[in-house]
Ligand binder design. Structure first.
Ligand code: BGP
Length: 461
């Protein structure tokens, strides 16, 4: 049967994962502790069912057979991340030889199978030794990160031709320094802004190092863009949405693609006395080292309205000073995860990139549907995840429309490959194309995994 939706030639079909969520650790692997290992040792009770990062999906041990599953689920590309603390256990200095062998073998095997590795350098996983000296609050850590990035390019740049500097850089900022769901769990808006600024600078420094080496590849950043919708066309509602957009999208999108921070953001941060210190040289690095392409993670939109009450001027500064979250009646929900499902959001963000960001090359680097208690959908040993297939098809239809209208989208990666550990949620929400039985460690392709293979082979559906 002919496709209803056919995607451009050489479209990337695949999935994303991250080192801290998939590798696990075994004794003798030489890995240093990351923020997740350090935090879990301090507060195991904060993690769902007390399951920590040491128990993640065993990719370090089983990558050879796991890579076979990539083929069986139709991947022509895959986004893993390198663990900074595995490669450089202290965060700077000595490189772990076991890690070099491991990553090299992973990338070579992927390529041998026809799966292009698109490699991310940082997925929320600050080395613990560096977190102890402030992580990205500390200017020195920016340079350690740039050195780490350069080491990765030197070690693997001959075979890895697409890189991402960071995954969702805003998440450690908001989660670690405002809303308290990542270590160090502080409420410190000034630190949040400093961490955000130094993370952007670190990304730009990595790009600078990459270009200096003259490798013939591309480098970008993965941002979680949340299209932002106002409750109504009322001026105050619209303004609330514009400010939320500045904080949660433009704060990284503008410097990444245009090389400058949005004026509105700078004004607001200065007004609330949380603007980080910066130098003209740093701003020049950011200006000169913009991305070649973008990865976009899309799960759900953001809906906002004008504030119902005046904010307390004495309270710590939060972006919500300027808006309230809007709980729109009738929105479609994923009842298994509690997030809104809004496929048209993918079209809106594609058109935004086309019209306001120079139609830069980009790809969906994560899209997916988390389901708690997914075992209940197993029939004859296979997860019958028709809800997930429907979710993907609805998003892909809108993505296809945006591409038809000229958006330069080069791929679609789902979250994720094999069900994996997810930070403090541990194994609560399952996203994989492949199910993982935690008791037996058996891996079984879900209905969506078989469906994905067909879509990839037909380059559409
Ligand atoms: C994204 C992260 C992933 C992954 C996913 C699912 O924002 O990049 O690392 O965790 O969210 O999140 P959760 O497991 O909380 O549903």
């Amino acid at each position: 049967m002919a496709n209803t939706y056919t995607f451009p030639q050489n479209f990337y079909w695949g999935s994303a994962t991250s080192a801290p969520q998939s590798e696990g650790t075994i004794s003798g692997d030489g890995k240093g502790k990351s923020l997740w290992d350090g935090w879990f040792a301090l507060e195991p009770g904060k993690f769902h069912n007390g399951i920590g990062p040491n128990k993640t999906s065993t990719f370090y041990e089983n990558y050879r057979t796991d890579i076979d599953f990539l083929k069986k689920t139709g991947h022509n590309s895959f986004r893993p991340s390198i663990s900074w603390s595995r490669l450089i256990p202290k965060g700077y200095g000595e490189v772990n030889p076991e890690a070099i062998i491991f990553y090299r073998d992973v990338f070579e095997r992927l390529i041998a199978q026809g799966v292009e590795p698109i490699v991310n350098l940082y997925h929320f996983d600050m080395p613990w030794c560096l977190q102890e000296i402030g992580g990205f609050e500390n200017r020195q850590v920016v340079e350690y990160y740039a050195q780490y990035a350069k080491t990765c390019f030197e070690l693997f740049g001959d075979i890895v031709k697409r890189w991402f500097t960071f995954n969702e850089p805003i998440v450690p900022v908001e989660a670690g320094y405002l809303y308290q769901f990542h270590y160090p769990n502080r409420v410190d808006p000034k630190a949040a802004c400093r961490v955000g600024y130094y993370t952007q600078l670190a990304s730009s420094r990595a790009i600078e190092e990459y270009r200096k080496l003259g490798q013939n590849g591309k480098i970008g950043i993965v941002l979680n863009l949340t299209p932002t919708y106002a409750r109504s066309s009322n001026r105050a509602d619209i303004q609330a949405a514009e400010i939320a957009d500045v904080f949660f999208n433009k704060a990284f999108l503008d410097p990444a693609v245009k090389g400058v921070f949005p004026d509105e953001l700078v004004k607001i941060l200065a007004k609330h006395n949380v603007l980080p210190e910066y130098t003209a040289d740093e701003l020049a690095v950011i200006k000169e080292n913009t991305v070649d392409f973008l990865g976009v993670n899309y799960y759900q939109p953001r809906r906002v309205k004008a504030r119902e009450n005046l904010p307390n001027p004495e309270a710590p500064f939060f972006p919500e000073y300027y808006f309230d979250t809007y709980d729109m009646p009738g929105k479609v929900m994923n009842p298994h995860r509690g997030w809104e499902i809004y496929p048209k959001g993918i079209y809106d963000l594609a058109i935004n990139i086309r019209d306001n960001y120079g139609n830069i090359e980009w790809m969906i680097s994560e899209n997916g549907m988390g389901v708690e208690g997914e075992e209940k959908f197993i029939v004859d040993g296979v997860v019958q995840d028709d809800y997930r297939i429907e979710f993907y098809e609805n998003h892909l239809a809108y993505l296809h429309q945006a591409i038809e209208e000229g958006s330069f989208c080069i791929g679609y990666h789902v979250w994720t490959f094999i069900d994996c550990w997810s930070w403090t949620n541990a194994y609560k929400n399952r996203y994989g194309l492949v199910a993982l039985d935690l008791k037996t460690q058996q891996k079984t392709i879900k209905k969506s995994g078989h469906w994905f293979k067909k879509v990839s082979e037909q380059n559409g559906f």
